[in-house]
Every structure is written in C-alpha cells, then in structure tokens.
Ligand binder design. Structure first.
Ligand code: ZN
Length: 406
C-alpha cells in the first residue's frame, strides 16, 4: 500500500478534493510529475560520444525512442546502475552504444558509440518491438492527464500520426492503463487509502460526515458530506436540493450519487455525495436517509427541503419515504427526454410545438393561464395532452399544481 504521510501531500489531496468534490482523491506517488521524462522525441538522436543524461532511466528511455523511430531492436550486453551496453538485436550488426555513470553523480554519459547499422537498420516489419506498453504510457501520460476520457483508439490514432507506429488496440489499451496508474496510482491501493482518508477527514474537518461501509473487508459504499458544505447549505442556500446519479467509469465501476444545492450566485453548491454499486431502491434510501441525518441531525435546521430530480423509481420512492413532508419536483430536462421517447410518432415539429406549450403549462401560476394553455395543447395534439395528464405526474412539475412554497 502506498502511503501519503506528509502535510504537503495531504494539502494537495485536499485541494484536488475541493476542486472536484465529485471524485475520490487520486493517489499521489513520489511528488509532482514533470514533463522532462515524458516527451523527448526531439532528443532521440543522441548517439554522440559524450552526450549526457540525467540518469540511467533517461538514457534507456531515449534509446527506446530511437529504436521505435528507426524500428530496430536492441539487446543489453551490460545493464546495471553504473554501466549499460547495448548492441543491435542482429548479432552480426556493428551498432553499439556504451554509457556509464559520471563518478558518484547519477548522470550518465555515452562513452563509446558505433551508430551505423551494418545490418541495414530497421527490421522491416510492421511490428515495433520497442513500442512497449511502457513506451506507450510515456507518450500518452500528459494527454491522459488533460483529457481523462482519452480512449485507446485515440492513442492508436495519435501514435500513428506522431510516431508512424501502428499499434494493436490491446497495446494501446495497456499503455493507457499504465499511464493511468502513473497519474492516479493503482485502483486497489486507492481503496486501501479510504480508511486513512476517513480518519484524516474526522481529524481535520470535525463535524463532517464520512461513512465507509464494507462487506467482508471489501468496499461496499461510501457517503461524504463535509462540515463546510453542510454549514454553507444551511446558512447560504435556499432549502432546495438536486439529486442525481451517474456512472463511474473506473475499473471497478459503481455509481456516484450527489446532492447539490444552488448558492446565492445561482452557482452549483455541492452538499454531499456517495459511491454505491448500483442505482437501486435500497441505495437511494440509504443515501437520502444518511443525508437527512446529516442535515437535520443537530436540530439547528428546520426548513422543509424541496427536492428536484429525474423520475427514477428508486429515487422517487426514497424521497417519499424519508422526507414525507418534502415537495418533490421533476427536472424538466429529464421530463423533456421522457416526452420525446414516449411520443416518437408525433414528428419533430409537432413535438417541438407541444413541448413549448408544456413549458408554458409548467410555468403557469394562475388558473386562467393554466386552463388557456391546456386547451391549446389539446387542440394541437390529443396524444401529448393525454401523456401529460396520464403519464407525467403533473403535480411534480407544473407550478400551478405544485405543492409547497414558491
Ligand atoms: Zn543493426
């Protein structure tokens, strides 16, 4: 298990956490990344005697770049921390490079070099023996850091474009996984760190609620609500919470559930999140009841909260069960998607027309306005009118019929 013990590392983790609030903290290994080791194609032609490298690792990586660039393979004659000698993989070829350490310094210097391939150079096959997954990971790690959704097919395309190497999909995928590990640490070690994380949150953020549930020592679910978020919600936000879930795309999958409020500047204000295995009735009930305990636990908050969400059954049931007095509004974006799906045969322009009327109904505050638009919708499409009254639970999204304060 990797350990993160210094105050600085913990501060970095907290900062990352504050910025993203919707992610588990990544594991940091061995200090900040530099670009020095990660992109050095321009220096690949280095076989000059006297050429110096930061260390033996740099030397070997540069040689791999060279071997990929000219598509040849090499073998090690000597390979230790003080001396490295390589020759072409073709036994009759004269190509050879020897480098060694500079006294007691870590730097490596080329001492002898014969950089003509008497074998002709290049192995003339579409396979690049030195384009290993490690090599791929070095080439893509910075791109992956900027674009976490960078895919293996993107790697295949970019490596072909930048280096002329046609990578098999599996090789690209393995390179990406290795780069992910360099950036984020191993997934398994991250789960290990959760126990440490819970202890640290209690120590440094008293009043926060962080709960990790395990199933025979395996992570089952986790709930996270920081004291600052809780105070900010109670003191500075309207009593209104948006609830939703989204899939986690990591190796072990799972669902991220979130409760988000709106602050005085109409910005998102994250209150709490949880990680569960699936969007089930039980998990939504657990999340909402833990959230309820967090908000109402100290008796200092008595507002009735209005919830806004999609119409997923587990969530709707959980809110009705855990917060029986709370008004529950349906998100219009999700309702729109549902309307389009259920009324596919209406045709695009008619659907658009009906939806704009439904929007007017959603925002109607008086009975006069409400009746007027409902009549227009009936005249435009009987089917849309029927869907609205029979299938959409209007009391959850129409202003005029919605219960609770507005
Ligand atoms: Zn050769």
């Amino acid at each position: 298990m990797a350990s993160i013990s210094s105050e600085d590392d913990f501060q970095i983790m907290c900062n990352i956490h504050r910025e993203t609030l919707s992610m588990l903290p990544p594991v940091l290994h061995g200090g900040p990344l530099t670009t020095r080791n990660l992109s050095r194609d321009s220096k690949a032609e280095f076989t000059m005697i006297g050429h110096r490298f930061e260390n033996v690792k740099d030397f070997k990586e540069a040689l791999c770049d060279l071997a990929v660039k000219h598509n040849f393979n090499f073998r090690f004659i000597k390979n230790d921390r003080d001396r490295v000698t390589m020759t072409c993989a073709d036994e009759d070829c004269q190509w050879r490079v020897h480098a060694s350490r500079n006294g007691n310094l870590p730097t490596f210097r080329i001492k002898t070099a014969q950089h003509e391939h008497t074998c002709g150079g290049g192995i003339n096959t579409p396979f690049y023996p030195r384009a290993s997954k490690k090599w791929v990971s070095r080439k893509v790690v910075m791109k992956l850091r900027d674009r976490p959704l960078y895919r293996a097919v993107d790697i295949q395309r970019d490596i072909l474009h930048d280096h002329g190497v046609c990578l098999p999909y599996k090789q690209a995928w393995m390179g990406k996984e290795l780069a992910r590990r360099i950036l984020l640490g191993s997934d398994v070690a991250s789960y290990d760190l959760l126990v440490w994380y819970v202890a640290k949150v209690s120590e440094t953020n008293p009043g926060s609620i962080v709960i990790i549930d395990t199933d025979e020592e395996r992570f089952k679910c986790g709930f996270f609500c920081f004291r600052a978020s809780l105070d900010g919600f109670k003191r500075g936000c309207r009593p209104m919470l948006f609830l939703d879930g989204t899939h986690l795309l990591g190796k072990y999958g799972g669902i991220l559930l979130g409760a988000t409020a709106k602050d005085g500047n109409e910005g998102f204000f994250h209150l709490a999140f949880a990680i569960v295995d699936n969007e089930t009735d039980d998990n939504w009930t657990w999340f909402t009841s833990t959230l309820g305990d967090a908000i109402y636990g100290n008796d200092d908050y008595t507002n009735i909260i209005t919830f806004i969400s999609d119409r997923s059954k587990g969530l709707v049931n959980a809110i009705a069960k855990v917060f029986p007095l709370a008004p529950h509004a349906y998100c219009l974006r999700h309702l729109h998607a549902n309307f389009l799906k259920s009324n596919g045969q209406l045709g695009k322009s008619l659907k658009d027309e009906c939806w704009s009327l439904i929007m007017k109904i959603a925002y109607s505050c008086t009975s006069f306005k409400y009746d007027e638009v409902v009549c227009s919708l009936l005249a435009t499409s009987g089917q849309a009118h029927h869907w609205m009254f029979q299938k959409s639970d209007m009391s959850h999204w129409c202003n005029y019929l919605f219960r609770g304060q507005r």
